[in-house]
Write a protein of this length. Sequence first.
Length: 198
Amino acid sequence: MKVGATNIPGILRFRLDVHQDERGGFAEIYKRTSYRDIGIDVEFVQDMHSCSRQGVLRGLHYQVSRPQGHLVTAVSGRIFDVGVDLRSGSPSFGQCFDTVLDADRFDQVYLPPGIAHGFCVLSETANVIYKCTEFYLPGDEGGLFWKDPDLGINWPTIEVHIATRDKEWPCLKAIPEHLLPRMQYKTGAQCPSYRVSS
């Protein structure tokens, strides 16, 4: 597995090792010790799966009182994946990270708790699996307006299909602090560590 740092502390990119022969390919999607050895020592408690058609945009979502970390994998198709740092005290607060996750390349990204997440489907269809460090909590979800000009996200220039709710999230500067993720940033050794703030 190849690991790459990003412009936001704690967000890591991966290119998984693939074993291929005449039958096809085989890859290890997740092994706890492998991720723990590079600083991601978390417990994933829930796996989510989405299937979407080209142009579908989901996000930008986060949880307020129970922030979720995500390990995102495109298992078919290609997506434009985005994370926005909303951690209190983070040196990269309000900054964005984006990457293309391509199932053919076995790409993966880890977004720590306190990062708002969204993606847009580039291929005809895409299946995305994301492992979560917290359970989904109805009523605890927050969101950012996907076209917030202050975020400067370079979404792909395709026709976007987006849910009404996601069209109506506010811009970051309009969100009061108590409605942002209750997550305080603190530096660690190789990879930053986090704690839920009260």
